[in-house]
Design a protein around this ligand. Structure first.
Ligand code: CA
Length: 224
């Protein structure tokens, strides 16, 4: 886990760096808003700890630009104690949490851990399409409240289709992603596998979500 700490007060930055390193984080630091924006845009960080009062560009402006650019890196803001408008502005701009100064490093580490767990726990763990939900970690598959049991291969096939709901996935893409072949062996085994999957995912239910895209492959649609 690599964290970018953006803080112009050298003492505070050093304290943060030491505390985070002690808890197993790799830490990069920078002391002004423009460098922070550049680095957070070009490099991959697991989180950014962002002071608001910074030389150059302030923290709220860095955050605004990151979110405008579609950057979803978790951001924890360091705010002045009692500055409610600033905190509200930060949360509205897409901050994941804030911590009023002065703070304890232990609290910061705890907040950061919570932000990272939230980030990992959302979006990518459970994929949805209509009333279908697939948990990529527990491998639980539900249609509405009904549990569906799949083989590991059927599960990968479904997960592969679910990553781009509404978009056709070609047979070759499925072969590569699910079976790991770099070529189309020219049999109809993808179609046979999808047929088996349909028997479990679609046949028992009134709404069908696996669509055949003629001449291309398959797609999942919530509303066919
Ligand atoms: Ca500052």
């Amino acid at each position: 886990m690599t964290v970018l700490v953006v803080e112009d007060e050298i003492k505070v930055a050093a304290l943060l760096k030491a505390g985070l390193q002690e808890h197993g984080y790799k830490v990069e630091t920078c002391g002004d808003g423009n460098t922070a924006l550049q680095r957070a845009s070009r490099e991959r960080f697991d989180a950014v700890i962002l002071d608001i009062m910074l030389p150059g560009r302030d923290g709220l402006s860095v955050l605004r630009r990151l979110r405008e650019d579609g950057n979803t890196v978790p951001v924890l803001l360091l705010t002045a104690r009692g500055d409610l408008p600033e905190r509200i502005a930060g949360l509205n701009l897409g901050a994941d949490d804030y911590l009023p100064k002065p703070f304890s490093v232990l609290e910061l580490v705890a907040r950061l851990g919570a932000v990272l767990r939230r980030q990992q726990g959302t979006g990518l763990t459970i994929l949805h399409c209509g009333d279908l939900s697939v948990n990529l970690v527990t491998k639980e598959v539900l249609r509405g409240a009904a549990r569906v049991e799949l083989t590991p291969r059927e599960f990968s096939l479904l997960a592969c289709l679910l990553r781009t709901p509404g978009k056709a996935v070609t047979r070759v893409e499925l072969i590569q992603s699910v079976w790991g072949y770099q070529f189309d062996p020219g049999t109809n085994f993808v179609d046979v596998a999808v047929q088996r999957l349909r028997r479990k995912i679609d046949d028992p239910f009134p709404r069908k979500i696996i669509q055949t895209v003629r001449g291309v492959g398959y797609a999942l649609h919530a509303d066919p």
